[in-house]
Design a protein around this ligand. Structure first.
Ligand code: PRP
Ligand code: URA
Length: 218
């Protein structure tokens, strides 16, 4: 569903309320969830969010032959996809999404948040040569200050990308505000909008540090 409330006027924020997504997100939030369980759930939610973010992709009719007769039938048309995970945690969505869209290309965007300034620091960027001609779906489970997502989209726009979408798992209201302040035309898909950011830029109630929980680091 698209949210166009007083808080986020005219900007597209799709909150995915599918029961499976909500159930799996609740399991992920629990501090007791194991690294293995967290990773598996992120992968499964990735697949479900891929279904939602591709819901409006254009189709064209082609003619094929079934074993019984000829028929016209729809296939995907328009731009091909690139999934662009923000490292590290964005990688958690990739396998699930590729299960649904196996032909998609991948752009890796290496960013980390400086813990003092909360600014995004780039350490890696590698995108397919034709990325500018494709629909790019930026992936990051956490939209907190949005410094990382804004930097990722800035970088992709520098490479000529024009059609972009952002998929996250959890968003803070402050992050949505900041992201759409910088990139108002880029729609967001998220499983939930949480309450606020704490003094260290963590989403509350959130789920903690997504990268650390995925990889068992600290
Ligand atoms: C986390 C998360 C996002 C970013 C979100 O990454 O995966 O990329 O923070 O925060 P922001 O919206 O305030 O920028 P982190 O920097 O911890 O790196 P990691 O994924 O390698 O752990
Ligand atoms: N990054 C995370 O992994 N978690 C947060 O709550 C904020 C940023």
């Amino acid at each position: 569903m698209a949210l166009s409330s007083k808080r986020f006027p005219m900007r597209q924020v799709h909150v995915v309320r599918h029961p499976l997504v909500q159930h799996k997100l609740s399991l992920m939030r629990s501090a007791e969830r194991s690294t293995q369980g967290f990773r598996r759930l992120l992968n499964e939610i990735g697949m479900l969010l891929a279904y939602e973010v591709t819901r409006d992709l254009p189709l064209e009719e082609v003619e094929i032959e079934t074993p019984l007769s000829r028929m016209k039938t729809p296939i995907l048309s328009g731009k091909k996809l690139v999934f662009a995970p923000i490292l590290r945690a964005g990688m958690g969505f990739v396998d699930g999404m590729l299960d649904l869209v196996p032909s998609a290309r991948i752009a890796h965007i290496g960013l980390y948040r400086d813990p003092k300034t909360l600014q995004a620091v780039e350490y890696y960027f590698k995108a397919p040569p034709d990325v500018a001609e494709r629909l790019v779906v930026v992936l990051d489970p956490m939209l907190a200050t949005a410094n990382s997502a804004v930097a990722a989209v800035d970088r992709l726009k520098e490479r000529g990308c024009k059609e972009l979408r952002l998929v996250c798992l959890l968003a803070a209201p402050e992050g949505i505000e900041r992201f759409h302040g910088a990139h108002p035309e880029v729609p967001i898909w998220t499983a939930a909008i949480d309450s606020h950011l704490d003094g260290h830029g963590y989403i509350v109630p959130g789920l903690g540090d997504a990268g650390d929980r995925m990889f068992g680091t600290r």
